[in-house]
Design a protein around this ligand. Structure first.
Ligand SMILES: Nc1ncnc2c1ncn2[C@@H]1O[C@H](COP(=O)(O)OP(=O)(O)OP(=O)(O)O)[C@@H](O)[C@H]1O
Ligand SMILES: [Mg+2]
Length: 281
């Protein structure tokens, strides 16, 4: 961990014995079963599981989008979510970046990024603009900051969304397969960029994926989820030093870590396949 990250005092997530059953019309779907995870402040925590196992359900509970059926989730000791209702208000403590993106199409990237702090009156328009420009520069987006989302690639849009989340200085960044639809080369560039942004702006990252190389490349830890109902099968610490860049991908230690994760996840993928879930990408 770097020095800035060691100073992080906030952003510890505690997921305690969380289960979730959807029962919209009497046909109960058990999505999560007794999930427990302890995530330290400033950790990049990857949650890896087969398609349809319940990953987004867990992320939505951490985000406070819905209650769980039992158990609870705490952020720095404060209850975020339990069986009643999400307790803590949804706020900029936890910023979510989704797979399909959510930039305002009618605003430039700069206006998209500076919008939140201005509306919430946390920064003056001038301060928000300056901060947005600094972050966009770090993300390599300053030269296209005047463009609209419809004029840029999905990779650039996803970077801008992460910048838009970071400007709020969240304690936790929640990422739900943000790079799912991208090709391997674009993904690799996105990964390096995310790690760079993280080094400059340390934050707890709760990252959902079903891509095991992505999990190993980015994470301090990888939690392997079982097929639905998701429960935590194993948590694997990734013993690769940061900063990590694309050269890590061809290194022997990386290959060994991937093998270790693959062995754990494989039986779950086979079960998911047998159950008719969508195949792993
Ligand atoms: N609002 C809902 N009502 C009923 N069932 C739901 C609801 N949301 C999700 N489910 C079901 O819960 C299970 C877990 O869904 P979830 O979206 O959490 O999985 P996932 O691991 O994120 O899947 P994917 O890999 O496709 O993103 C699935 O069987 C899904 O159909
Ligand atoms: Mg999902």
């Amino acid at each position: 961990m770097n020095a800035a990250q060691q100073k992080l005092q906030q952003g510890a997530l505690s997921i305690q014995d969380v289960s979730k059953i959807y029962d919209p019309d009497g046909t109960a779907v058990e999505a999560l079963s007794h999930c427990s995870l302890e995530i330290a402040a400033g950790e990049i925590y990857m949650v890896l599981g087969p398609s349809g196992c319940g990953k987004t359900t867990l992320l939505n509970a951490v985000a406070g989008f819905h209650p769980v059926s039992s158990g609870r989730i705490l952020l720095d000791g404060e209850v975020l979510c339990n069986d009643k209702t999400p307790q803590a208000q949804q706020n900029s403590d936890r910023m979510v970046v989704f797979q399909n993106g959510a930039l305002f199409p009618w605003k430039t990237l700069l206006d998209n990024v500076s919008y939140g702090p201005i509306v919430q009156k946390r920064l003056s328009p001038k301060e928000a603009r300056e901060k947005a420009e600094a972050l966009l520069r770090e993300a390599g987006l300053i030269d296209i900051s005047h463009k609209y989302p419809g004029e840029i690639s999905s990779g650039m849009a996803r970077r801008a969304e992460i910048v838009r989340a970071l400007i709020n200085e969240p304690k936790v960044l929640l990422l739900d397969e943000p790079y799912r639809a991208m090709d391997a080369l674009t993904k690799a560039i996105m990964h390096e960029n995310l790690l760079k942004m993280y080094e400059l702006n340390p934050v707890t990252i709760f990252f959902i994926t079903h891509d095991l190389e992505e999990a190993v490349f980015l994470g301090h830890k990888v939690a392997i989820m079982t097929t639905r109902p998701a429960t935590v099968k194993e948590v694997i610490p990734i013993d690769l030093p940061y900063p990590r860049d694309h050269r890590v991908l061809s290194s022997e230690p990386f290959r060994l870590q991937v093998q270790r994760v693959k062995a754990s996840v494989r039986s779950e993928a086979e079960k998911a396949f047998a159950a008719g879930e969508k195949e792993l990408a």
